[in-house]
Design a binder for this molecule. Structure first.
Ligand code: AMP
Length: 292
């Protein structure tokens, strides 16, 4: 069977209610089709689209949710200014042949009497969880809802948000949600900056500084891989980021890729990943890399 051409603007179905979503997914499941889901907050870029392509390669139908989840933003964070571009998102989703965009409004996801939250202990205590206390509760709650509303066979999440991926793997296991979680690699700009909807906040100068985050982490990862002590490599990388123009660094740490336990401060030879969050232009950038 031939697929629709990438210019087919009629391919994408847009659904705004969970009943509409369930009805459509039910039809697909009854037809024996495998369904994948890619949860997003919209303002889609090539990184998101790479996840849709990965989903498409692993399933017959792909649902992309677009919902700016208010519950994962702290009171002083950027919920009000978070970039939104629903029309642009639809066009982009058509080019990668996504089948359905689920774009509920806030009341559809969180009705007035909504009073349940999902919290994952342990892996949420460190890194982003330590500096954004309500973040992972909000993420875990919305992802649980989106998975239960859609009931996909697989769900794709980016390694760009590696800790989030760990949290989601843990929650589907703990809550017996029957879905396979598929990680997607981080898509980057030419200078290594991880693509992010928030990169539009950066000024020209901030954008130049931002590229250093990946380059400095790359240097530290390679030094640690070659036997440098974790503490020394992280201290040096921290200072290099400040010298490059970053305003503040929330964390720069090496951790176990499965349970996120801290590693170091000496040399290591076990599996490891390096993680950082740093601020430039009042914008918080995160990145992480495999070390070994
Ligand atoms: P967001 O819209 O930022 O909530 O992200 C939605 C999904 O896209 C998450 O699974 C992210 O990890 C993933 N994602 C964001 N940026 C990238 C990127 N540069 N490369 C690959 N996946 C990404």
């Amino acid at each position: 069977m031939g697929k629709s051409p990438s210019t087919d603007t009629d391919h994408l179905i847009v659904v705004r209610t969970k009943t509409g979503l369930r009805a459509r997914v039910d039809i697909w499941r009854q037809a024996g089709l495998k369904v994948a889901m890619v949860p997003t907050m919209g303002a889609l870029h090539e990184g998101h689209l790479s996840l849709v392509k990965l989903a498409k390669a692993n399933a017959d139908k792909v649902v992309v949710s677009v919902f700016v989840n208010n519950k994962q933003f702290g009171p002083s964070e950027d919920l009000a200014t978070y970039p939104r571009d629903e029309q642009g998102d639809m066009v982009k989703l058509n080019t990668v042949e996504a089948d359905l965009m689920y774009a509920p409004d806030r009341g559809e996801v969180y009705p007035e009497t909504f009073s349940t939250s999902v919290n994952v202990d342990g892996v949420t205590d460190v890194l982003c969880g330590a500096v954004r206390p309500q973040f992972f509760g909000g993420v875990a709650t919305v992802v649980t809802k989106l998975l239960l509303q859609t009931l996909p066979d697989i769900a794709v999440f980016g390694e760009k948000d590696y800790q989030q991926l760990c949290v989601i793997k843990r929650l589907v296991r703990d809550l017996d949600i029957p879905v396979d979680i598929l990680p997607g690699p981080t898509l980057r700009e030419h200078d290594g900056l991880a693509m992010s909807s928030r990169n539009v906040y950066l000024s020209d100068t901030g954008r130049m500084i931002a590229g250093q985050l990946n380059q400095v982490l790359r240097g530290a990862a390679s030094a640690i891989h070659n036997g440098e002590a974790v503490g020394t490599a992280c201290d040096q990388a921290w200072q290099t980021l400040l010298d490059a123009g970053f305003d503040t660094i929330d964390y720069l740490e090496v951790r176990d890729p499965e349970n996120l336990n801290a590693l170091g401060p000496g040399p290591i030879d076990e599996p490891a990943r390096i993680f950082a969050a740093a601020w430039v232009d009042k914008t918080r950038l995160i990145d992480n890399l495999h070390i070994q």
